[in-house]
Write a protein of this length. Sequence first.
Length: 434
Amino acid sequence: MNNNLEALRAELNYDKTNKCVQCGYCLPACPTYMTMGKETHSPRGRINLVKMAGEGKITDLSVLEEPLDLCLGCRACETVCPTGVEYGAILESARAAITRRKSYSIPQKAMRSFLFKKVFPSRKAMKLLGNAMWMYEKSGVQKLARKSGLMKKMPVHMGEFEAIVPPAVSPGERSSLPRVTPAKGEKKYTVAFFVGCVMDAMFRRINQLSVQLLAEVGCEVIVIENQTCCGALHAHAGELDQSKELAKRNIQAFSQIEVDFIVNNAGGCGAMLVEYDHLLADEPQWADQARAFTEKTRDISQVLMLCGGVTGKEGPAERVTYQRSCHMTNVQKVTTEPVQLLKGLPNVELVEMAEADMCCGSAGIYNLVQYDASMEILDHKMKHVKDTEAVTIITTNPGCLLQMKLGVERENLADRMRVVHLVEYLGQRCGLTV
């Protein structure tokens, strides 16, 4: 074997493809195979393409681009795989290899550099974005843009997504998340709260409620000022080196204080955080710190249950259904805690939808860049949602939240069905306000 091919194999994580025995157990679990019916759009088909590239049978990696771009990265295939194939590692390595070799136009390069290096990693930039959204909403520009029909002419269906973005918080309110929030009553744990980039810019109220809920159940909550983006969006886009740099920044930031847990409230962010040890596996000097970080990382539902759950007030009877986050289910392996929290609330009836573990089609920015494929998956999901006859859909990830809101709009159900994050729902049922 020549040196170039050996280097490519290492870059592609080729050795991990050998675990795939092409049995096909992954096929019925894969949303894109279900909707597209093509072998190249199944996990084993994509793995085979990467394997062929590692063996020199495919010399132009751009051949892999479309099949890999159409993958949601939901990793449901990993959950059902009998041989333990690390599909996520193969996918991210292959995407990074393609990105390194791809020729982007000057505008594309500039936009990617701006977003991935200047916007998502910067808390200041995300704060400005959140403030700009508030100004857009409160100034009347939003109302004018919608009334004029301008939003319908926006590229990549941005107008549809703009219509479902939650109300922004004011600049004053945005500054109100304290560095330390004491526990109510007896302190059970000291936790560091991971605010995220998109979560803090667009879903600030969910972050505020998260801190309140943690304090209510007995956690002292610390917000680390110099934390940054988790790096998930970078990794999914093939910018693996930048993702590693963000991981190191977070590990350094959170290692400055001694806490019991590092808590997040977004399935996608949590999945990235719990895999920092795998992400930095080829950098021995980071191994111990990365392992310590991941061992402390928890979804908020896990910590709430460790503290005994939440005590909801007697509210009106309500039927709800739970849209499971793929990355919480398949990567973090958090499946029971959100259900336990919901079942512990008085007068709440939880009805599981059919194919509850199937992806909703959000997958980061997949619903923007692969809109048609995403909507086909969403429409399939909404059939099962309607069958539950629930009035509330509960999610645990911002992408799922917006995607399910879009599904409700597409089905003309907005007058009788709402979509909320688990934290929002728990907060409402416990009488918390922000």
